[in-house]
Design a protein. Structure first.
Length: 94
């Protein structure tokens, strides 16, 4: 399982130095049947990034929908997952 955050999605919708690497990560994972997961908050974060760079919301939403149709999963994390993520952010991977 690969958990994707908004920084990866930013690289997918913007032309950044490692956008190709991010695209390859997602494409290879989907081709291999790897589970790709993101919190539902990713939609709002990605929309905000797109709008900041003048990418229409419809374009960003279409892109996200294409990924979801391809198997990309989004779900709301449970409290223990938020707590674990907070610990990892503060202290590193346990």
């Amino acid at each position: 399982m690969i958990v994707v955050d908004a920084s990866i999605f930013a690289k997918l919708i913007l032309d950044e130095p490692d956008s190709g690497t991010a695209g390859k990560l997602i494409a290879d994972a989907m081709d291999a049947g790897e589970t790709l997961l993101a919190p539902t908050l990713l939609v709002q974060e990605t929309l905000q990034i797109g709008l900041r760079w003048s990418i229409p919301a419809e374009t960003t939403l279409d892109f996200i929908e294409t990924l979801r149709t391809g198997g990309f999963q989004m779900r709301e994390p449970a409290r223990p997952e938020y707590e674990l993520a907070s610990k990892i952010a503060q202290f590193g991977d346990p």
